[in-house]
Ligand binder design. Structure first.
Ligand SMILES: [Fe+2]
Length: 471
C-alpha cells in the first residue's frame, strides 16, 4: 500500500460517498462544514483577485495557457487511481503546479475551483462513475474545500519564498516550488487525516505516515514534470506542445495502474491463501486473519515502524500455512494426540517454510513462519530458539497467535475473557512470552484496544468470532 514512486493527490474519503453519509459523526460534520466553508471563501476570493486586481495579465497568450491547463486538470482529475478503496491519487497536481508557476496561485486555485463540477471519476470496480449529480454534496464540497485551502496556502508560501508567476528560471525558482509543495502537501494530508480521525477510523496513524512518506518519492517525480509543462507553456505554441506532452503522461499513468492492479491481485492471493489455511482446520476459521490484525495492533502499540508492521501483518496471515501439509484426520482429531501425531503437527512451521520456498517475494517471512511457536525461555518448537536470538517481531506474532487461541472457544476448552487472557499473558511473561510483548498485550486486553472491531479495509475480511483453535 502507498503511493510508491508515482504522482499524487489525495482526496475522497469513502464514508462521504452516497449512502454512507448517514454514518458520519457529528464532529465530522462540523469539521467538514468548516473545511467546505473556508475552502469556498478561498475559491471565491482567488477568482475575485484573478478578475479584478490581476485583470491586466490577461491577453490571448495567457488565456490560451489557462484553457490548456484547465483541460489538462479536468482530464487528470477524471483519471484517478485507487491506492486504497477509500483514497485516490491523480495527476492533476502537475497542471496545478504548472498553473502556479505560469499564471500564479490565484489562477491555480480558481482553475481547481471552477472545474470541480466537471469531475467524472470511475468507481473502484470500473462499472460506473461518480459525478456531481450522484455524489453527496458534502463530499464534493469537502474535497473542493480541501484543495482550495491547500493550494492557496501553498501559493502564499510560494510568494513568501520569492516566487513570481511567469518567471521560472533555474535554480532561483526551486525554493518557491519546494515551499509550495511542502505547504500544500502537509495541509492536504492533514485536512484529510483530520477527517478520518474524527470519524474514528482505526488506521489513522499509519495512514498519515503512509501519506506523507509515500508522497515524498511522488513529489520528486512530479516536480520536474510539472516544471516541464510550465516550461513548454511559456514557449511560442506552448499550448500545443503541452497537449502533445499529455500522451507520454497518460502512458505513465497506465503503467502505474498496472502496478496497482498487480498489488491488488497480490493482496487477493494472500487473502485466498489465508482463507484456505483456516478452512483446513474446522476450528480455526478466521484465525489467521485475526492474528494478523492483532499482531499489527500490538506492533503499532510498541512503536514498530510501518514497514515492520506491514511485514508482520503479512507473515501472520501465512503463519500456519504449513498446516496444509498436515493430514486432516490429525488436524481435526478430537481428544489426545499420539506422540507421532503431535510431532507431525509440530512440524508445520518447517512445512510452512518449505511451501513458501517457491515464492521468492516471501523469503523475509521465513523466520516468522519457522519460529512462531518458539518460547522466550526456549521451551517452544521447532528449534527451541530463545530470548534475544529472535527479534521481538516474532514474539509479537507468537503472542497474538496465543491470545486468539485462549480467547476463542475450542472443542476442548471455552475461550477466556480478555481480562483472564491478560492475567495469563503476565503469568507467562519471560516464559512463553517476551516480557515487553506480554505487558503490551495484557495492557491492550485490559483496555480493550486489542479487541476493537476489525475495520473492513484491513486485510482481514472476515472478522466474525467463530470458534477457533491453533496448535
Ligand atoms: Fe502454528
Amino acid at each position: 500500500m502507498g503511493t510508491d514512486g508515482q504522482i499524487l493527490w489525495l482526496s475522497v474519503p469513502l464514508f462521504f460517498q452516497g449512502k454512507d453519509v448517514v454514518h458520519v459523526k457529528t464532529a465530522s460534520k462540523w469539521y467538514v462544514a468548516g473545511v467546505s466553508a473556508v475552502g469556498l471563501i478561498v475559491g471565491l476570493y482567488c477568482a475575485y483577485i484573478l478578475f479584478t486586481a490581476q485583470i491586466g495579465m490577461w491577453n490571448g497568450e495567457t488565456i490560451g495557457r489557462m484553457i490548456t491547463l484547465t483541460i489538462l486538470c479536468v482530464l487528470c482529475r477524471c483519471l484517478p487511481l485507487y491506492i486504497r478503496e477509500d483514497c485516490t491519487v491523480d495527476l492533476s497536481f502537475l497542471s496545478i503546479l504548472a498553473a502556479v508557476l505560469v499564471l500564479g496561485p490565484e489562477a491555480a486555485v480558481t482553475m481547481v475551483f471552477i472545474t470541480t463540477p466537471l469531475e467524472i471519476i470511475p468507481t473502484e470496480d470500473g462499472k460506473g462513475y461518480y459525478h456531481i449529480l450522484n455524489t453527496a454534496p458534502v463530499k464534493t464540497f469537502f474535497n473542493m474545500g480541501n484543495r482550495n485551502i491547500s493550494f492557496y496556502a501553498g501559493g502564499l508560501a510560494y510568494y513568501a519564498a520569492g516566487g513570481v508567476p511567469g518567471k521560472i528560471g533555474l535554480p532561483s525558482i526551486l525554493p518557491a516550488i519546494l515551499a509550495f509543495l511542502l505547504c500544500a502537501l502537509v495541509l492536504n494530508s492533514s485536512i484529510l487525516t483530520g477527517c478520518f480521525r474524527l470519524q474514528g477510523i482505526c488506521r489513522v496513524n499509519p495512514t498519515i505516515f503512509q501519506m506523507l512518506w509515500g508522497l515524498v518519492p511522488s513529489i520528486l517525480c512530479t516536480v520536474p514534470v510539472g516544471y516541464f509543462i510550465s516550461f513548454l507553456l511559456l514557449r511560442s505554441s506552448g499550448p500545443w506542445l503541452t497537449m502533445l506532452f499529455v500522451l507520454p503522461l497518460l502512458l505513465a499513468r497506465f503503467s502505474f495502474k498496472l502496478y496497482l492492479d498487480s498489488q491488488h491481485q497480490h493482496i487477493n492471493i494472500i487473502r485466498t491463501l489465508a482463507a484456505a489455511i483456516d478452512a483446513k482446520d474446522h476450528y480455526t476459521r478466521g484465525h489467521s486473519q485475526r492474528v494478523s490484525v492483532y499482531s499489527a495492533r500490538i506492533a503499532r502499540r510498541m512503536g514498530l515502524s510501518s514497514k515492520r508492521t506491514d511485514r508482520l501483518q503479512l507473515a501472520a496471515l501465512f503463519h500456519d500455512i504449513g498446516k496444509i501439509a498436515v493430514p486432516d484426520e490429525i488436524l481435526n482429531k478430537r481428544g489426545w494426540l499420539t506422540q507421532e501425531e503431535r510431532a507431525r503437527i509440530q512440524n508445520h512451521p518447517r512445512d510452512g517454510v518449505r511451501i513458501l520456498e517457491n515464492m521468492d517475494s516471501y523469503t523475509e517471512l521465513y523466520p516468522y513462519i519457522l519460529h512462531h511457536h518458539e518460547f522466550y525461555n526456549g521451551h517452544g518448537y521447532p528449534d527451541g530458539t530463545a530470548g534475544d536470538d529472535l527479534p521481538v517481531d516474532i514474539y509479537i506474532l507468537s503472542a497474538a497467535d496465543a491470545y486468539d487461541a485462549i480467547t476463542s472457544d475450542r472443542p476442548y476448552h471455552k475461550g477466556v475473557s480478555p481480562q483472564k487472557a491478560a492475567e495469563i499473558m503476565l503469568e507467562e511473561s519471560g516464559k512463553q512470552f517476551h516480557p515487553e510483548v506480554a505487558r503490551t498485550v495484557a495492557a491492550m486486553a485490559a483496555d480493550g484496544s486489542i479487541f476493537e472491531p476489525i475495520p473492513a479495509d484491513s486485510w482481514s475480511e472476515d472478522p466474525d468470532r467463530e470458534p477457533v483453535s491453533t496448535c
